[in-house]
Design a protein around this ligand. Structure first.
Ligand code: SF4
Length: 133
């Protein structure tokens, strides 16, 4: 019996993000912007993924929209027949950019559409956490 290959990949296309959530590990600057994989390198990864049988590409980060060439990744994935899903905070997603990504073949997008708010930890009942609880 042959073992099936991966059906999806999660691509952290950048660790940059304009938000600074207190629990996020990206502020440690895992990969600086100048050291990120290039568009050509991502295209090579996508071809390898398609050849392995991958059907879904999940684009995340950091904030994937921080990459100005994100539409190129989406278009390449679409042309390779991959389902593309953008996981984003929605920051910097203008109507024009959304249209460009859709036209390039973006299948779905998951976004926190609320404005960023101050992080306020609560317990399971929704009560603010204090040093006592
Ligand atoms: S939106 Fe996500 S990537 Fe950006 S700082 Fe918050 S947790 Fe990190």
């Amino acid at each position: 019996m042959t073992r099936p290959g991966p059906l999806g990949i999660i691509a952290e296309v950048t660790h940059r993000c304009p938000l600074h959530c207190p629990y996020c590990s990206n502020p440690v600057d895992l990969v600086a912007a100048g050291e990120e994989m290039t568009l050509l390198e991502w295209l090579d990864i996508l071809v390898q993924a398609r050849d392995l049988g991958v059907a879904q590409l999940h684009l995340t980060g950091g904030e994937p929209l921080a990459r100005s060439d994100l539409v190129g990744v989406v278009r390449a994935a679409h042309d390779l027949g991959l389902y593309t899903n953008l996981i984003t905070s929605g920051i910097s997603l203008t109507p024009n950019r959304a249209r460009t990504l859709k036209d390039a073949g973006l299948t779905t997008s998951r976004s926190a559409s609320k404005r960023p708010t101050r992080f306020s930890p609560t317990d399971w009942r929704g009560r603010p956490l204090t040093p006592e609880n």
